[in-house]
Design a protein around this ligand. Structure first.
Ligand code: FES
Length: 109
């Protein structure tokens, strides 16, 4: 898969709060971020079930994203719907370069 890498000017990786969902807009897309210690995950900020804003939800004790509307749960690493309803959350590759967050978005071919 080819990606275009987009740099987020804000937040920096070091200023992101741990275990907290945060939404940003990058390349015209609403993207959710979740930092867990040294790991960072990026995902579509709207729930694949009924489009609720996922970053108004929370992270559970297992490190999964919990949607605020119907409480479906998603693994931020791969988008798997771990509560079993059969949806798939879109995820994005992430890189940290000199504390800046870069997100890979599929290149249009
Ligand atoms: S809108 Fe997210 S679980 Fe229904």
């Amino acid at each position: 898969m080819l990606y275009d890498w987009h740099k987020a000017d804000d937040p920096m990786f070091s200023t992101l709060q741990d275990n907290t969902l945060q939404e940003i807009t990058l390349a015209g897309k609403r993207i959710g971020l979740l930092k867990r210690g040294t790991e960072l995950f990026a995902f579509a900020a709207t729930c694949p079930h009924a489009s609720a804003p996922l970053c108004e939800g929370w992270m559970d004790a297992q490190g999964r994203i919990v949607c605020p509307m119907h409480k479906y749960r998603f693994d931020p690493a791969n988008g798997r719907n771990t509560s079993g309803e059969g949806y798939k959350l879109k995820t994005y590759p992430v890189e940290i370069r000199e504390d800046y967050i870069y997100i890979g978005i599929s290149a249009a071919i």
